[in-house]
Design a binder for this molecule. Structure first.
Ligand code: FAD
Length: 467
């Protein structure tokens, strides 16, 4: 009898397993694939960031080396096979690291498909059909998500693809259509745009990244247009077809009803992800799904069955690896009798385009809708010495604080390495700092973090120093 059985080894599941084991619980982990780490390590965060880094090097070699005083004898060429091989090595090393951690923490791993027989019994079906029954006091469902690809998109994995295939293309496309101006579409679109692909983004909404602070979307759009992206907003896709060589997309302009027809070598469908529960037989445990296919949970991430919990992409909330990890730790500590807490308002969001986008807390529009009086401070990277030194002058940092107390309510940034800079804001907000607190903290010079200090100074008393 296990104390806890976790179904799914993504960042939610494997982190939950480690924390359960650390707390002395007898822990089983079930994963249907041969490698651990789930979407994030195998076909998500890690491989996409590996390709984003490689493609950014290529882009810089082509476009900024000469200005830096580095002359290349021959123009740089893309070796996509090597680029993808390096990415695969990063993935396999990282997945192997997770396997090591499972052994180190004495977690029992079952490789196979997990499904409920009853609330306290899970069946594991291996690839060869062998079945193993696991009796368990508690279960954590961490089965993650899969890309959405409606039938009308004719997803064929060859020319009409999702992010999974986009991480392994056999060639650099001449043209690629990206359906969806969200995080995944813009990141993977950036990879190929830097390698020379013409990217056409087709989006139903009237702007990119509609849930982010509006200033960030506008700024990123300018940068991506410079990279050669075309954007077709307010277009509803009617059909996507492939003749095996190229794809054709037809979309209706929501404003005037006219039809847009685009052709490309590939169409990347990046319109979101859906919770993955196929074959789980949650109903055998007495659990039904909500209207969006998610496992319903209460504020303790507990399902209607008190001994069954669910975490990560398969439950409500942001589909982010670090959110899944926090929830994994939360449930483990709850099972061990502790009183954990997650501050969902302070889960940062990052987009790894270049410049990067990062945010924590509320947007200006959200605060306005709440009727909250706020102060806003901004600082552009073009006024920052560190950014000029590295020729990364696009973007800005925006700090929003309460008009009366000066407590920081949101920080939003587009710019170089803001994925890392945002952590300072997260820490400050966790301790309920004021904008003036950040403004008065000594920041190392020259660093990108000074942009946050300057924006905080601007929010405090309009007293930014370098603008
Ligand atoms: P998953 O990682 O999806 O893992 C679920 C696991 O459960 C899988 O391994 C699956 O095989 C297994 N499983 C499912 N059902 C069963 C079953 N019945 N039996 C056995 N095993 C089962 N997030 C970020 O925070 N930062 C990023 O930079 C980022 N980049 C991304 C880039 C891309 C291209 C994509 C697609 C996603 C990205 N994400 C990113 C999102 C992130 O990958 C997910 O939020 C995260 O992986 C969710 O973790 P999870 O543990 O809930 O599920």
């Amino acid at each position: 009898m296990f104390d806890v059985t976790i179904i799914g080894s993504g960042p939610g599941g494997y982190v939950a397993a480690i924390r359960c084991a650390q707390l002395g619980l007898k822990t089983a982990l079930i994963e249907k694939y041969d490698t651990l780490g789930g979407t994030c390590l195998n076909v998500g965060c890690i491989p996409s960031k590996a390709l984003l880094d490689s493609s950014e090097h290529f882009h810089n070699a082509q476009h900024t080396f000469a200005e830096h005083g580095i002359d290349l004898d021959t123009p740089p060429r893309v070796n996509l096979t090597q680029m993808i091989a390096r990415k695969n090595k990063v993935v396999s090393d990282t997945c192997a690291g997770v396997s090591f951690l499972m052994k180190k923490n004495k977690i029992t791993l079952f490789t196979g498909f997990g499904s409920f027989v009853a609330a306290n019994q899970v069946k594991v079906t291996a690839k060869d059909g062998t079945e193993t029954l696991i009796d368990t006091k508690n279960v954590i469902i961490a089965t993650g998500s899969k890309p959405i690809a409606p039938p009308s998109f004719n997803y064929d994995k060859k020319r009409i693809i999702t992010s999974t295939e986009a991480l392994n293309l056999p060639e650099v496309p001449k043209r690629m259509i990206v359906v969806g101006a969200g995080v995944i579409g813009l990141e993977l679109g950036s990879v190929y745009a830097r390698l020379g692909t013409q990217i056409d983004v087709v989006e139903f909404a009237d702007k990119m990244l509609p849930t982010m602070d509006a200033d960030m979307g506008k700024e990123l759009q300018k940068c991506l247009k410079k990279l050669g992206f075309n954007f077709y907003y307010q277009h509803k896709v009617q059909s996507v077809t492939s003749d095996g060589e190229k794809t054709t997309l037809v979309a209706e302009n929501a404003k005037d009803g006219s039809l847009l027809t685009l052709e490309a070598d590939y169409t990347l469908v990046a319109i979101g992800r859906r919770p993955y529960t196929a074959g789980l037989a949650a109903e055998n445990a007495g659990i039904s799904l909500d209207e969006r296919g998610r496992i319903p949970v209460n504020e303790h991430l507990q399902t209607v069955v008190p001994t069954i919990y669910a975490i990560g992409d398969v439950v409500k909330g942001a589909m982010l690896a670090h959110k899944a990890e926090e929830e994994g730790v939360f449930v483990a500590e709850l099972l061990a009798g502790q009183k954990p807490h997650i501050n969902y308002n302070l889960i940062p969001g990052v987009i790894y385009t270049w410049p990067e986008v990062a945010a924590v807390g509320k947007t200006e529009a959200e605060l306005k809708a709440e009727g909250r009086a706020v102060k806003i401070g901004k600082f552009p990277f073009k006024a920052l010495g560190r950014a000029r030194a590295s020729m990364d002058t696009d973007g800005l940092v925006k700090v929003i604080s309460d008009a009366t107390t000066d407590e920081i309510l949101g920080v939003h940034a587009v710019g170089p390495r803001v994925a890392d800079v945002i952590m300072e804001a997260v820490v400050a907000m966790e301790f309920r700092a004021s904008a003036e607190d950040i403004a008065r903290i000594c920041h190392p010079h020259p660093t990108f973090t000074e942009a946050l200090k300057e924006a905080a100074l601007d929010a405090t008393e309009r007293r930014a120093l370098h603008i």
